[in-house]
Structure formats: structure tokens, C-alpha cells
Design a protein around this ligand. Structure first.
Ligand SMILES: Nc1nc2c(ncn2[C@@H]2O[C@H](COP(=O)(O)OP(=O)(O)OP(=O)(O)O)[C@@H](O)[C@H]2O)c(=O)[nH]1
Ligand SMILES: [Mg+2]
Length: 447
């Protein structure tokens, strides 16, 4: 992956359609275009739609590919920050591949997923948070997640981080002066300032982590495993949530043998439910495989709903053999068949198949996972959360150093490190390959 290369790829999905868009970016773009259309490229206006015959080789009129539109973008005024061309052709697979082939023949190469946005990042058109938001915007599945991605694209989270960074920089500058001019010895005063600022930053970063965890759910959805013994009403609950008979329900224990999935959107969050085979010691080989899957699903879920109609969840956890799984994972105890057996005060909630609605259940899930309906903020990838957590750790160690009476120059070193962590939320000093692996490879080709 070489950033100076001229790259080309289809930007629309690889399907037959009315129009397909092909995007090319890099310093050879206009040169390549000049070999494919019979126009004086230097006289073309940027961001202006032209109609033209597009050839594999404009000097060979029998090599006509399509009669269609194209636009040129110059340098900084393009998505990538470098000369670019977009072709709007008839949406035939053959036309698209001929255009891409012709561009490659004259010096471009096929773009990798996310490479256009990567160019935009390296050419200073956007920071990393914004680049990630582009991908999230494309992948958004609910209106709420789309709106959040748009907000990030405007740089809301980046501005927040920049403000935190400015505060650190200001205090760093004061410490520098103190180190350079020891005659103005105000070390105690500086330590006091740092002791005041650091907890403030820790709180801000922790809040950002909490908000960011919520936004991860906003983009990835929430994975919910429905677990329990046979016949407790797992499939009945799934069907009720989905409002349709997705899973088979009978009074025969062991009805569900495979995992049955269903999706429900509530207030802009997608909840993915996984109804599983009832857990018991089964002789039937197919049922056994199903039960193994139930454990796998429970391990992978964000939250586990443990269903039981026995009013003894402590015992139920043992019977199901899930104590290890639920030790470090959010879970809710749901007592079923309330109409037959009444409320269970030990459970988080008691339900019955005739309940009017499941608002209370969704509220409980949200509470357990810290999901709120307030305005979405923060970042939206695990990479960013990990960096913020490291930032908090670094700052907490500064507070310990101060308690131990460390000198201000030691504290400063750690402040610089903390500040560079904030940098890595917006831009990265690591290798191009690292960045590609962590961020851009998740993009689709053409973006
Ligand atoms: N009265 C009453 N019956 C219920 C309730 N929920 C489920 N049932 C009945 O209990 C039986 C089992 O329900 P399922 O939803 O199939 O139970 P399951 O947990 O999916 O069972 P397996 O797939 O065998 O693990 C069915 O006959 C349901 O109609 C309830 O709230 N009240
Ligand atoms: Mg079932």
C-alpha cells in the first residue's frame, strides 16, 4: 500500500444498476483521464459535470467504453485532498470493469478497502476520529447511529479531546518555564495545579469511555443470549419480542435445538436476540450439539437473560452450569410464567406470555449496560476506548507520584505521555500498516 500511488475503484456496490460510480485519485488521475476522453483536461472546470465518450484509448475510436458523465476534483478540493476523477457510467458490470482496466493500463492500481479515506487522512482532510465516522456513517443501520456518525464527522469528539489536550499543554508549558528558570521556583504551586487538573481530566475521560461504550452498542447493536432449562419459555419470549412466530414453541422440552436469531430496534438501538436450546443433560446427539451452541452464544453475548420458572436462581445457575460465564458478564434473572406461578421477588423481572409490553425488560437491559436515550457522545470504536483507558491509567499514576512526593519534572514526563495518547485519538505516529490494520481495512473498497 503506497500512498503516492494513483488508485481506482468502483465506489457504488458491485451490482447491475442504473448508474455506477468509479473513483480515481492520485497525481496521475488527470493524465490517465486525458488518454480516455477527447477533451483538453487543462481547460476543464473542477466540480463540473461533463458528458463525454469514454474510450479505452481515445485515439482508437473503436475502443469506446461508454458515453457518460465525469467530474474532476483538483488537489485540496477533493475528498482525498489530491487530484481525483469520478466517472458516472451506465451501471453495467462490463463497463465498470473496462473503465477500471483502462485506468490501470495507464498507471493507476486497484484501490484497497478504505484507501480513499486513508489518503484523506494523510492529506490532512480529516482526523482519525472523523475517518472512522465516515465508515460508521456508511454502515449505520438506524437513524440514531447515522446521526451520531454525522456529528462525529463534524468533529464534535475531536474538539472535546483537543480541549483536554490544550489544558495539559498549558500546564506543561508552565512546568517547562519552571525547569528552564529554576530561580522562579514555584514547584509547589505547579504541583497543586496539576493535582487539581488531573482528577478533572480523569473524570472527563471516564465519562467519555462510558459514553463511548454506549455508542459501540449504537453501531454494533446489543447481543443478547436467552438461556435456560428446556420449556421455561425462551422461545415464547423471543417470539413476543419480535411480534411474530419465529421460533417453534411446544410443551415438549427440547423443542429448540439450534440457535434462533431475531432483531428488534428500540429507540435507535438494534437488539440482536439469540434464543437457544434448553440446557439439560441430553442423550440425543443433535440436542447435545445445540446445547454446546447455547454455551457459546452465552459466552459471546453482551448480556445474558437467564430464564427460569422455578423461583430459585442460585440453584438454577448451578443446574445450568453457567456460573463461570456470568461471573464477568452482565446478566438478568427472568422469572417466567407469572400467570401460573406468580411473581418471583428474587428475580430482576417476572414475565408471562400474556404481558402487554416488554418496556420494563428493555429498560432493565439498558440499565445493566449503561445505555441511555440521552444525546449520543463519545467515540465509537474499541481502539478509542482502549486509548482513553490508558490515558486514565497514566493520569492516575501521576496522582500517585504526586502523593509520593515526585519532582515536577517526572510528573511532566508523564503528562507529555498522556498528552500523546490524546494525539493518537486524532492522528497516529505509528506505521501506515498499523493504521491500515486497525482502521481502514474495515472500510469497503471505493471509500
Ligand atoms: N402459562 C404459560 N405458559 C407459557 C409461558 N411461557 C411459555 N409457556 C409455555 O411453555 C411451553 C414451552 O415454551 P417454549 O417457549 O417453547 O419454551 P423453551 O424454553 O423455548 O423450551 P425449549 O425450546 O424446549 O428449550 C409452551 O407450551 C409455552 O406455551 C407463560 O408465560 N405462561
Ligand atoms: Mg425453545
Amino acid at each position: 500500500m503506497i500512498l503516492l500511488d494513483t488508485i481506482v475503484s468502483e465506489a457504488t456496490p458491485p451490482l447491475k444498476g442504473a448508474i455506477s460510480i468509479i473513483r480515481m485519485s492520485g497525481k496521475l488521475s488527470f493524465d490517465i483521464l486525458s488518454k480516455m476522453v477527447d477533451k483538453d483536461i487543462n481547460s476543464l472546470k473542477p466540480r463540473y459535470m461533463y458528458y463525454a465518450s469514454i474510450y479505452q484509448d481515445k485515439d482508437d475510436k473503436s475502443s469506446l467504453i461508454d458515453k457518460s458523465m465525469f467530474v474532476i476534483f483538483k488537489g485540496k478540493n477533493s475528498y482525498t485532498g489530491e487530484d481525483s476523477v469520478e466517472f458516472y457510467v451506465h451501471g453495467s458490470r462490463i463497463i465498470v470493469s473496462q473503465i477500471v482496466q483502462a485506468c490501470c493500463k495507464y498507471g493507476a492500481r486497484q484501490a484497497l478497502g478504505g484507501e480513499f479515506t486513508q489518503k484523506a487522512f494523510y492529506n490532512g482532510k480529516m482526523d482519525l476520529a472523523e475517518a472512522e465516522a465516515v465508515n460508521q456513517l456508511i454502515n449505520a443501520q438506524t437513524l440514531r447511529s447515522k446521526n451520531f456518525a454525522l456529528k462525529t464527522l463534524e468533529g464534535t469528539s475531536s474538539k472535546y479531546i483537543q480541549k483536554m489536550k490544550e489544558k495539559i499543554n498549558m500546564i506543561e508549558a508552565e512546568i517547562e518555564v519552571n525547569i528552564d528558570y529554576p530561580e522562579y521556583d514555584d514547584e509547589d504551586e505547579l504541583i497543586e495545579k496539576v493535582s487539581k487538573l488531573v482528577p478533572e481530566l480523569i473524570n472527563q475521560a471516564k465519562k467519555l469511555v462510558k459514553d463511548s461504550k454506549q455508542t459501540i452498542y449504537l453501531f454494533n447493536g446489543v447481543n443478547i443470549a436467552i438461556i435456560g432449562e428446556p420449556n421455561v419459555g425462551k422461545s415464547t419470549l423471543l417470539n413476543k419480542i419480535l411480534g411474530k412466530d419465529k421460533a417453534i414453541v411446544t410443551n415438549i422440552p427440547g423443542t429448540t435445538r439450534d440457535v434462533v436469531e431475531g432483531e428488534k430496534e428500540v429507540e435507535g438501538i438494534l437488539y440482536h436476540f439469540y434464543d437457544t436450546a434448553g440446557i439439560r443433560s441430553a442423550d440425543d446427539q443433535i440436542e447435545q450439539i445445540g446445547i454446546e451452541k447455547s454455551y457459546e452464544i452465552a459466552k459471546q453475548a453482551d448480556i445474558i437473560l437467564v430464564l427460569s420458572d422455578k423461583k430459585d436462581f442460585q440453584n438454577e445457575i448451578k443446574t445450568l452450569g453457567i456460573s463461570e460465564i456470568i461471573k464477568d458478564k452482565p446478566s438478568l434473572f427472568i422469572s417466567t410464567k407469572k400467570d401460573l406461578f406468580g411473581e418471583d421477588k428474587q428475580a430482576d423481572i417476572s414475565i408471562s406470555k400474556d404481558d402487554e409490553n416488554l418496556v420494563d425488560l428493555f429498560n432493565l437491559i439498558n440499565k445493566k449496560l449503561d445505555i441511555t436515550s440521552k444525546e449520543d457522545e463519545g467515540f465509537s470504536s474499541q481502539r478509542e476506548i482502549d486509548i482513553l483507558n490508558k490515558f486514565v491509567e497514566e493520569l492516575e499514576s501521576i496522582l500517585i507520584d504526586i502523593k509520593l512526593g515526585m519532582k515536577i519534572d517526572i510528573v511532566e514526563i508523564k503528562l507529555v505521555e498522556a498528552s500523546s495518547l490524546l494525539d493518537s485519538l486524532l492522528s497516529v505516529e505509528s506505521t501506515m500498516e498499523d493504521i491500515y490494520q486497525t482502521i481502514f481495512k474495515h472500510f469497503c473498497v471505493g471509500k
